[in-house]
Design a protein around this ligand. Structure first.
Ligand SMILES: Cc1cc2nc3c(=O)[nH]c(=O)nc-3n(C[C@H](O)[C@H](O)[C@H](O)COP(=O)(O)OP(=O)(O)OC[C@H]3O[C@@H](n4cnc5c(N)ncnc54)[C@H](O)[C@@H]3O)c2cc1C
Length: 393
């Protein structure tokens, strides 16, 4: 039966959902409501846009497996007329480093990844040195390197490509802010915009990224998703670092190349254990973090990084699920026609194609068909049974 689906938020998650809905069911009407068409604060525009298979849960690996498959074929799959979006996918790999103390956790994750057929290899410190002689290994016990299926891409171009393809397939985008939801008989019946327009619908999707908690509150639902600032630093190094993957240092600092010179890098870090991580900080880069924490860790790992220059920096919000750092996907048991796709805690852009497809299946077929994401359902929050992802960066 043709229906009207209203998606609140037109970032990567909302755009992917609109795209897969139009692909699955051309009879239903899909309306994406986006309050800021410039995406100035949207996570999808401020992301480090990297994709990995190195998760600790097989479900997240499966979501990334579809993610990389989608990214590889995206220029064709998202083409509109003669225009093929360039996503700049580089499969440069992730390199997870472990000290002797963190080796057991790395090994446990590696087993899960092998069972899920992720293309990753275990390296001893000597093997790592032989592959990447620029890295200091004295304090390391081992490492896991992604051989294929991991790397980085242009996340903004992915979001734009999905949005444009969804529009070409008939989805409409409305420039408006949803200010309230109207409930009747245990269902959401309309989203009301700030200017008072009433958007009636059969199904509503909360794709509001870091602002998803406010949208959930409009329906009286407490969603544990918080806007947590993360800074990305752009660095240059006078010496080229050849074949550099995205490196996750045991200190929690990450870095990866940007562009093809081997001399330009992005880097960042989540707060150190015990460090405060307040909600809704202004989106100004935390420059002190670079001097105090990142640079010392970078120079210790790559001696050539002692000569790094900080070129620029930006900040965006992780839509952090403070309950268990994993996405919350699907309906709340008390409200069957408001679907959530929130709280991806730093891994949402790589999973956006798989989550969009999953929601489209749930809406059109009534069940997940390709990848069963019910483990990410709201029920686990209500029953206090976390679905923990140990590899959160
Ligand atoms: C610094 C940084 C680095 C990251 N690195 C990675 C990475 O390497 N790999 C990875 O996979 N992920 C990464 N992420 C996370 C990833 O970017 C996000 O998970 C993803 O972009 C979330 O997409 P979204 O569509 O849910 O949210 P958004 O892109 O934020 O989109 C939500 C949209 O909803 C709109 N909106 C909100 N409220 C309303 C309303 N009431 N009415 C109408 N519109 C509304 C907003 O304007 C916004 O455009 C990173 C994020 C940051 C900030």
């Amino acid at each position: 039966m043709p229906r009207r689906i209203v998606i609140i938020g037109g970032g990567a998650i909302g755009s992917a959902t609109a795209l897969f809905l139009r692909l699955a069911d051309s009879a239903s009407e899909v309306v994406v409501v986006e309050r800021d068409p410039t995406y100035a604060k949207a996570s999808s525009a401020l992301s480090a846009s990297s994709i990995r298979q190195q998760f600790s849960s097989s479900l997240n690996i499966r979501l990334s497996q579809f993610g990389i498959e989608f990214l590889r074929r995206a220029p064709r799959a998202l083409s509109v007329g003669d225009d093929y979006p360039a996503l700049g996918l580089v499969e440069g790999g992730y390199l997870y480093l472990a000290t002797p103390r963190s080796l057991a956790a790395l090994a446990a994750n590696h087993r899960v990844q092998q069972e899920a057929a992720a293309d990753v290899v275990w390296l001893s410190p000597a093997e790592l040195r032989a592959r990447l002689p620029w890295i200091a290994t004295a304090d390391l016990g081992g490492a896991v390197l992604g051989i294929s299926g991991e790397g980085w891409f242009d996340g903004y171009a992915l979001m734009r490509g999905m949005r444009r393809k969804a529009q070409a397939l008939g989805a409409t985008t409305l420039h408006a802010e949803v200010a309230s939801l109207t409930l009747q008989g245990g269902r959401v019946v309309a989203a009301v915009t700030r200017s008072g327009t009433r958007l009636a619908g059969d199904v509503f999707v909360n794709a509001a990224g870091p602002w998803a908690r406010a949208v959930a509150a409009m329906a009286g639902i407490d969603l544990p998703v918080h806007a947590r600032r993360r800074t990305v630093f752009v660095l240059s190094c006078p010496v080229a670092i050849p074949r550099c993957p995205l490196v996750i240092d045991p200190s929690g600092v990450w870095f990866r190349p940007d562009g093809e010179t081997g001399k330009r890098f992005l880097c960042g870090a989540s707060p150190a254990p015990g460090e405060a991580d307040p909600d809704d900080l202004p989106l100004e880069p935390d420059l002190a973090q670079f001097e105090e924490r990142l640079w010392p860790a970078l120079a210790q790992r790559v001696p050539a990084f002692a000569a790094l220059k900080l070129e620029s920096a930006w900040a965006g919000y992780y839509e952090m699920n403070t309950f268990d750092q994993n996405g919350i996907v699907g309906a709340h048991p008390d409200l069957p026609n408001l679907l959530f796709a929130n709280g991806f805690s730093g891994h949402g852009i790589q999973h956006s194609p798989a989550i969009g497809r999953a929601l489209a299946e749930l809406i059109t077929a009534g069940a997940y068909r390709s990848i069963d994401v019910s483990a990410l359902g709201f029920e686990r929050v209500l029953s206090n049974t976390p679905f923990v992802e140990r590899n959160v960066i």
